[in-house]
Design a protein around this ligand. Structure first.
Ligand code: NDP
Length: 240
């Protein structure tokens, strides 16, 4: 199979890193399916890229819902006969000190950032095993390597993604590759949903040096475009 025959599913494809990845991979001639909850944003992105004759489709998906994730993978299998790459990118980061007791936001981070990734893995593995090929790319963070105040729960979810990805790498056979991509601060909507005033203010200065989302899309594309016997396991990408 040449790279250009690959079919890729990108979760969280409606903004930031996910949207930049959809665009980058489509430009490179891959068939890309963008999935997220906001279908208006997905439709806008897909039509912009289809107007350039790129192969882009989109699906409404809440990654916390395993049945929906399985359904999306099934629909891709029926439409394209294959799914070669899953980019588990959907994530949220409502930062706050633990003493603020934002239990609902902790649970949401666990549901999206950890369970969402597991739902993705569980949904694609049976198909990838039958295909005898595949590639699962999980987006972690520099927060998967060290913890900072206000980010304890967020970092815990990203440490978990790192652990899961390494375990998956060691367990897998069937010619299936695994890649962990850990971005440093990157332009996106990620910090827009922080409800805690202090944590939100701290982000303003921190995010001034943010990388463009295309920089992370480039790293994802690099991992995908390697020859099939080469598995790029971990990439950390920070602003200079
Ligand atoms: P954005 O907020 O711009 O994008 C997050 C994406 O996740 C959106 O497309 C959103 O779509 C989607 N999403 C959120 N919840 C769900 C859900 N329940 N089901 C499906 N999709 C969901 O942020 P980024 O682009 O920055 O985030 C992408 C990934 O990169 C995340 O995993 C994040 O943790 C990671 N990251 C980002 C960094 C940064 O500085 N930007 C640094 C390190 C890691 P919708 O709302 O339409 O569902």
């Amino acid at each position: 199979m040449t790279t250009h025959e690959k079919v890729v599913l990108v979760t969280g494809g409606s903004s930031g890193i996910g949207a930049a990845t959809v665009e980058k991979l489509a430009e490179q001639g891959l068939t890309v399916i963008a999935a997220a909850r906001r279908t208006g944003k997905l439709e806008e992105l897909a039509s912009k890229l289809r107007n350039k004759n790129y192969a882009v489709d989109y699906k409404q998906l809440d990654v916390t819902n395993f049945e929906q994730m399985e359904q999306v993978v099934q629909e891709i299998k029926e439409a394209y006969g294959q799914l070669d790459v899953l980019v588990n990118n959907a994530g949220i980061m409502p930062l706050s000190m633990l003493e603020k007791r934002k239990i609902t936001e902790w649970n949401q981070m666990i549901d999206v950032n950890i369970k969402g990734v597991l739902h993705g893995i569980a949904s694609v593995l049976p198909l990838m095993k039958v295909q005898q090929r595949g590639h699962i790319i999980n987006i972690a963070s520099i927060g998967a390597y060290s913890v900072t105040p206000t980010a304890s729960v967020y970092c815990a979810t990203k440490y978990a993604v790192r652990a899961i990805t390494d375990g998956l790498r060691q367990e897998l056979t069937h010619n299936i590759r695994t890649t962990l991509i850990s971005p440093g601060v990157t332009e996106s909507e990620l910090a827009d949903h922080i409800t805690d005033g202090e944590a939100s203010e701290a982000m303003v200065e921190y995010r001034k040096i943010a990388l463009p989302a295309s920089a992370i899309a480039d790293a994802i594309s690099y991992a995908i475009l390697q020859p099939s016997e080469v598995d790029v396991n971990e990439l950390v990408v920070r602003p200079t």
